[in-house]
Structure formats: structure tokens, C-alpha cells
Design a binder for this molecule. Structure first.
Ligand code: BDP
Length: 614
């Protein structure tokens, strides 16, 4: 799905800001049709943000069910005759969207965009009442999954098997935008190199939608970063060559633009006509980078050169705003990544805001892009206090879960396929992968990801309990991605034992599959300010020592292709006896102050740059 933009034929209005906000504590809003009238509430809520930590009210924070957002929107008066679209970049987890009393969109899945064509519901120059009912419920039919219990008094509680707080709300921007009725609906760009590698091939495919779309001629122009036209073609699909191409590289995010123009079929008026050229009916500009990604043996290659990932599994997580997108926080996080020498990160454990992906493209940051399929693992039942004994089956991960999982893979790839920063699709984090049923569940999902995007490696993140002797699915994927906690959850406080166990396991994976290994998580909870002379878990010294121990091992194992520390920063989790005010495995605190480990990582990552990172 394209990110909306303004341009010569399109306009865009931000609907971010304050909304009236009501908590549907008794679950009656849909039945009582709260969309039909102004919400009876004194509360207001900011968009974008999670609502949970904004109010000084525990009942709102832990509410399970729907909350309602409402505001008035004026349609710009110049939009008569245009197609008018309402677009949500993310509503976590479920949304019903009403324009006045009419239901115009429903969406499940908290981290991918959706939109509604509301042309027939609104009038240019007039206002409408926008109401959004947002559900934070996680069930067997959602990704991530969860379960809801209700006690005799009707009090509902939510449990889930993932280790981050279930923030909810309208987390990313809401926009109203216009396009002509016949419009560019989708653009796909795939790049490669020709001959000696100095010429790029840019394969493009455009979908034009709207009545009579097929009679409109389409042309594309490729502009370089300075805006100079370097190639062009006609038709809804084709190939453009760029001679003397500047590659997108890790650390150097050179971007081209593909300007897609749908021309008036009768040479009629429109943007561009005044300049003497053919009339442009609709125009959409898609940025792209020219680079290749390939797995060869145990090497992960970007532009044919071995790439070694350094960086973190991250979270969209901040005080007050929770998982809400904020430009200032985003730039700060990227600035810290640069300071520490990270060349990459994983969008653990859900797709991040589109602004984050665009920033990574521009700055040459490499991304492992993950779906929200986290917590598909009954082995965590003890940890999270939930009851399922078996993962795959009617009780837990069932056909409905699989359908939701397919949807999140489709929506992630549809959204992010044109980002050069994305080099791996991670279709799940730590699912149970040794139980009967795992292979039958994952084989079609891996195939789906490959079919939707044959150009990028596909992986999933393997959990510590399912090592090379037990795992039954890793051979279905292109890379081996491992989360390991030797020295933390096992061999706690004994780094010598941890070192031996870690090395033995990595060598077993190397021997079993001969594919690149990326350590997607390793780390230790650490209380900032706690120091110790001894190997004391939770101390800043222990965190730094543990990471350095892993690095010694990584440097001895040829198949290692990357290291992502868990986590970039401390983050909020659900309550539990294993967590003190959240997960403390950050190299930075939640408010982004460096722990001792951050300096140790910086030393390693700024000294060890490989040729492709330089
Ligand atoms: C892994 C999960 C991650 C957790 C981490 C931890 O992938 O989400 O936060 O362990 O325990 O199981 O810190």
C-alpha cells in the first residue's frame, strides 16, 4: 500500500491532534451506536500516541476492550470531483471507522496501514464527524495472539505471550487525502545490475485504478538525487536502465525517484498541460535505491559484498507516548544508533512507522523487517502465567491464527517492498519450532513471503529452547536468526560456562545448515547505576562482560553474519516477577541514557567496520 503524498494532482490534510476520547468500559458502544452523536466524555486524547500512560487513571491503562476517538473534519472546498481517502497508518489492534453514522472501514492488525475511499460519504467544503472505535483485544484470531479472561464480576483481563506492554490507540498519523478518480494505486520497483555492474536495471510495475483506468497512458521518469532525469519509459510495466548508477549502500542511502504519471487519455487539461507537455492526470513519486541482496553459503551479501549486521533489536517505546510515533524520538534513536556504530536494526516485534523506514532508506541503515507474529509459543506459558500446553492445535495457534498471520505477512510486504533498507523479512519471532505442527504451519507462510517478494531473503527468529537438535523449520528459510540468552536465563552469572555452550551451539548450526547466522538477540537485564566487581547479574559490568563474551565467540565462528543486541533501550512490559518496571536489557535506559555496555559496543562497532560499511 502506497504512503500518501501531496503532489501536482494530490492534496493531503493531516488529521493528527486532539480527539474526544471515551472508554467503552461496559462494551456497549457498538450496540448503542456511539458514532451517531458527539461522544459524551470530558476526556481528550492526542493522536498519534498510545493512550495507556497518558491518563492518571489505572482503569484506563488496564482497560480491555474498545476506546472511542472522535473529531470533526472539514473536507477542503477544492476537492469537489476528487476521490477522497481516509488513511490510518496504524490503529492498535482493531479499528472500526465511521464517517458520520456510516461504517467505512474495519481493520484488524495494529501495525499496518489501512484506508477507506469515502468519496460518496462526504462533500467538499463541508464537515463530517469522524469516529474510530479502537480495540486492544488479543485473541487466538489476532497476531500477536492472546487470551482474555472474564471473572464472575465481569472484570476482563488480557494475557499474551510476548514481552512488551500491550500499548494501544491510534499510534501513527491519520490523513485525509485526495486523488483523481483514475489514480496510481500501487507501484513496485525491483532493481538489479547489468553487465559490468555500472548500469542498473529498474523493473517497475504500476497499478492504475478507477473507472476507465486502462485507457490512460502511463509514463515513468527516473530522477537522481539532484532531480536530474536519468531514464524514462512508457507503459504500466517495464524496465528503465540507469547508466553510471550510484548504489544504495549500508551507510550511504542514495535514493532515486520514480515519477509515475497517468496521462489524460484525450490529451485534455491537467497538471503539466500548461507547460506544453501532455496533461498529467495523476502523479505519484516513489523513491527507491539500487542495491542487491543475496545469501551465498554462509555470507550475507549486499551489492555482492559480505555484510555483517551490527545493531539492535529495538522497540517503538517511550515514556508517556508508549508506541506512538514521534519525529523527535525517532531522530534521537537514529542519532544514538549512529553514535554507537550500528549499521542495522530489527523491527522487533512488529512493523515500525513508515517514517522510520523512510529515514532508514535515506541514511543507509539496514533493516530486518518483522511481522507482529510474536508469542506463538506455549513453552512460555510458565513465564507469562498462561495455560496452553501445546502451541499448534485448536487451543492456541489454530487456523484463525494462521489466517491472521498470512494477512500480516501480506500487509507488511505490500507496505515495505520498495524500501532499499529492508534486506530480510522476518515472519515470526520465537515461535515454537520443535512441536509437531510447526512445519505444517510455517511451510506455507515461508512460501507466501517468497512468492510475494522473490528478491529478499526470508527468515524467522529461532527461540533458545529449540536448538539445532530440536528445531524442525529453520531449513525452510534463507538465514538462521537466533535469540540466545547463555549467561542470562541459563548459566546465569557464569560466563565461562555460557561461552562454551554458546560456541558449541553456533558450531552445530553452522554444520547443520551452512547458512549465515545472525544473532538477533543476546543480552542481560541491567539496572543502570548498579556496579559490581564480581560477575553480578544486573550490574552494568556484567552486561558489558556478557556482550564481550558473545563477541569473542562470534569472531571465532565463520558463519556469523551479524549481531543485534537485545535491546537498544529499556522498555515497558506486562507485569511479572521477572520484570522490574519493564525489561532492562537496554544498552540505553528507557530515557536514552547510555549504560556502560553502550560504550563497549561503540568501541567494537566503530573499530570493526567492514569494507561494505565504510
Ligand atoms: C526473547 C524475546 C524478547 C524478550 C527477550 C527477553 O524475543 O521479546 O524481550 O527474550 O527475555 O524471548 O528479554
Amino acid at each position: 500500500m502506497l504512503k500518501p503524498q501531496d503532489g501536482p494532482t494530490r492534496e493531503l490534510v493531516s488529521l493528527d491532534g486532539l480527539y474526544a476520547f471515551a472508554v467503552d468500559s461496559s462494551g456497549v458502544g457498538v450496540r448503542e451506536r456511539w458514532q451517531d452523536a458527539p461522544l459524551a466524555t470530558p476526556l481528550e486524547m492526542a493522536v498519534p500516541a498510545s493512550y495507556n500512560d497518558v491518563f492518571a487513571d489505572p482503569a484506563i491503562r488496564s482497560h480491555v476492550g474498545r476506546v472511542w476517538y472522535q473529531r470533526e473534519v472539514r473536507v477542503p472546498r477544492g476537492w469537489a470531483g476528487e476521490r477522497i481517502v481516509l488513511r490510518f497508518a496504524s490503529v492498535t489492534h482493531g479499528a472500526k471507522v465511521f464517517v458520520d453514522s456510516a461504517l467505512v472501514a474495519e481493520h484488524q492488525g495494529g501495525y499496518t496501514p489501512f484506508e477507506a475511499d469515502i468519496t460518496s460519504h462526504v462533500t467538499a467544503g463541508e464537515t463530517f464527524r469522524l469516529t474510530v472505535a479502537v480495540s486492544n483485544e488479543l485473541t487466538q484470531s489476532t497476531i500477536p495472539p492472546g487470551s482474555i479472561a472474564e471473572d464472575a464480576a465481569g472484570r476482563r483481563t488480557q494475557t499474551y505471550m510476548h514481552d512488551f506492554y500491550n500499548y494501544a490507540g491510534i499510534h501513527r498519523s491519520v490523513v485525509l487525502y485526495s486523488t483523481p478518480a483514475v489514480h496510481v494505486e500501487d507501484v513496485t520497483v525491483v532493481t538489479g545490475f547489468d553487465g559490468d555492474g555500472t548500469t542498473a536495471t529498474v523493473d517497475y510495475a504500476v497499478v492504475v485504478a478507477g473507472e476507465g483506468a486502462d485507457i490512460h497512458p502511463v509514463r515513468v521518469r527516473v530522477l537522481d538525487a539532484e532531480g536530474t532525469q536519468v531514464g524514462a519509459a512508457e507503459g504500466i510495466s517495464g524496465t528503465v536502465a540507469i547508466p553510471d548508477v550510484v548504489r544504495w549502500q549500508p551507510g550511504r542511502g542514495y535514493l532515486y525517484r520514480l515519477v509515475v504519471e497517468v496521462l489524460a487519455h484525450d490529451g485534455g487539461s491537467g497538471a503539466g498541460a500548461a507547460a506544453g507537455g501532455p496533461a498529467v492526470h495523476d502523479s505519484y513519486t516513489q523513491t527507491f535505491g539500487v542495491r542487491t541482496v543475496e545469501v551465498r553459503g554462509t555470507d550475507f551479501l549486499i551489492n555482492g559484498e559480505p555484510f555483517y549486521f551490527t545493531g539492535f533489536g529495538m522497540h517503538e517505546d517511550h515514556g508517556t507516548i508508549g508506541k506512538g510515533h514521534s519525529g523527535a524520538h525517532m531522530v534521537n534513536d537514529f542519532s544514538l544508533l549512529e553514535w554507537i556504530g550500528a549499521n542495522s536494526f530489527r523491527t522487533s516485534h512488529y512493523p515500525y512507522a513508515e517514517e522510520v523506514m523512510d529515514y532508514a532508506d535515506r541514511h543507509g541503515i539496514v533493516v530486518i523487517d518483522e511481522t507482529p507474529a510474536v508469542g506463538l509459543n506455549a513453552d512460555f506459558a510458565g513465564f507469562f502465567g498462561t495455560g496452553a500446553k501445546k502451541t499448534y492445535g485448536p487451543e492456541f495457534v489454530n487456523g484463525e491464527t494462521a489466517a491472521a498471520h498470512r494477512q500480516v505477512i501480506e500487509e507488511l510486504i505490500a507496505r515495505d517492498k520498495n524500501h532499499p533498507s529492508v534486506v530480510v523479512w522476518s515472519i515470526a519471532n520465537e515461535p515454537q519450532s520443535s512441536e509437531e505442527g510447526a512445519r505444517a504451519y510455517f511451510e506455507p507462510l515461508a512460501a507466501l513471503a517468497r512468492e510475494l517478494d522473490p528478491t529478499r531473503p526470508v527468515g524467522f527468529v529461532n527461540v533458545m529452547f529449540d536448538g539445532p537438535d530440536k528445531d524442525t523449520i529453520t531449513d525452510l528459510f534463507d538465514v538462521i536468526m537466533l535469540n540466545r540468552y547463555y549467561g542470562w536465563y541459563v548459566n546465569t552469572g557464569d560466563l565461562a560456562a555460557a561461552e562454551a555452550a554458546l560456541e558449541a551451539e553456533l558450531r552445530a548450526w553452522e554444520a547443520k545448515l551452512g547458512k549465515p547466522i545472525i544473532m538477533t538477540e543476546y543480552g542481560a537485564d541491567t539496572l543502570a547505576g548498579f556496579h559490581s566487581l564480581y560477575e553480578a547479574p544486573w550490574s552494568e559490568e556484567y552486561q558489558a562482560d556478557l556482550l564481550q563474551m558473545y563477541h569473542r565467540v562470534f569472531d571465532r565462528v565463520d558463519a556469523m553474519a551479524g549481531e543485534h543486541v537485545w535491546n537498544f533501550a529499556d522498555f515497558a512490559t506486562s507485569n511479572g516477577i521477572m520484570r522490574v518496571d519493564g525489561n532492562k536489557k537496554g544498552a540505553f535506559t528507557r530515557d536514552r541514557r547510555p549504560k556502560a555496555a553502550a560504550f563497549a559496543l561503540r568501541r567494537r562497532w566503530t573499530q570493526n567496520k567492514t569494507a561494505s560499511q565504510a
